[in-house]
Write a protein that binds this ligand. Structure first.
Ligand code: SF4
Length: 210
């Protein structure tokens, strides 16, 4: 895809949604961190359901530690991989308290050293909380980029590196949420809604409805 088409897509999506935000519910950086850890292979809706109850009891790392792993598991048991995620969350809270005074760090290396936090999660935290021009590539961003030919890549990291090069700075802060929302509601994995898609004429998907 050429630069002109990419910019058309960015302008179209951006004009249609001036302030794209995550659909995860959170009030603090810590809550967002926990919600993103929980969201791996789970929907935002299912995460919000459990966190609405969890965060009523625990809003800080020390609260989660006080809760303990068994009670934490009870809160999050409707989320996939909850046993593993509970372990990650307890370990992450311990590290936050021990090394960072209970505060979510604003640096990639420190974030990625936390259990359950990979590159994608770090990018989301850096972007959403600390306004860094990082681009998190999740399943929606990966699919939409490859399908539309916005950028092509075999891995999320390959796509992310290309995006960082081609997405103009003014769009970097909002890019992740713009593409996530487009992928979640329009350019779905199955049955993309090409007929009503606002970027149809710029999209280079071979099978799109014309
Ligand atoms: S035209 Fe279809 S394939 Fe292209 S972005 Fe829109 S929904 Fe996705």
């Amino acid at each position: 895809m050429d630069t002109k088409n990419r910019n058309k897509i960015l302008c179209c999506l951006s004009n249609a949604n001036k302030n794209p935000i995550t659909e995860l519910s959170f009030k603090t950086p810590f809550e967002l961190l926990i919600s993103v850890i929980l969201s791996a292979q789970s929907t935002d809706i299912s995460v919000n359901k459990v966190t609405s109850q969890l965060y009523a009891f625990a809003q800080k790392p020390e609260d989660i530690i006080y809760l303990g792993i068994n009670r934490l598991k009870c809160f999050i048991k409707n989320i996939g991989l909850y046993n593993l995620k509970a372990r990650y969350i307890i370990q992450t809270c311990e590290i936050l308290l021990k090394k960072y005074d209970g505060i979510v760090p604003n640096c990639r290396k420190r974030l990625e050293s936390l259990p359950g936090v990979g590159r994608k999660t770090a990018n989301i935290i850096l972007n959403t909380i600390f306004n860094k021009k990082t681009i998190a590539v999740d399943t929606h961003v990966f699919r939409v980029c490859n399908r539309t030919h916005f950028v092509l890549g075999n891995t999320p990291l390959e796509v992310e590196k290309k995006l960082i090069k081609v997405v103009p700075d003014i769009f970097k802060l909002k890019f992740h949420n713009l593409f996530v929302l487009h992928g979640r509601y329009i350019c779905k994995s199955r049955n993309p809604k090409c007929k009503t898609c606002i970027i149809n004429k710029y999209c280079e998907y071979d099978s799109k409805y014309r």
